[in-house]
Design a protein around this ligand. Structure first.
Ligand SMILES: [Zn+2]
Length: 92
């Protein structure tokens, strides 16, 4: 998701090649995920982001999601569907 964002927004050479800012954000995201206490049963990544990202990274990841989120259904249909199921469960 971050790679896709970087490719579109920062014109990085190709997918998988991140600019330093996006690499930093991705490292942070992975680090948060590894340390998340609700890792096993967290309902959705958006919820998780809101709770455990520091404000500056939260803003960055929010921009990534705003840019790429709506496209996820086309780019990664399986991931998007899983995500929506997670969101629905979170409401009940
Ligand atoms: Zn970038």
């Amino acid at each position: 998701m971050v790679t896709e964002y970087c490719h579109r927004k920062h014109h990085s050479a190709d997918l998988g090649d991140l600019c330093p800012d996006c690499q930093d954000l991705l490292d942070y995201a992975i680090d948060r995920l590894n340390h998340c206490p609700r890792h096993e049963r967290r309902a959705s990544c958006r919820k998780c982001v809101i709770h455990c990202y520091s404000p500056s990274y939260r803003e960055s990841i929010r921009q990534v999601m705003a840019c790429i989120g709506p496209r996820m259904i086309y780019l990664h249909p399986v991931m998007a569907v899983r995500h929506m199921i997670g969101e629905m469960r979170a409401r009940h």
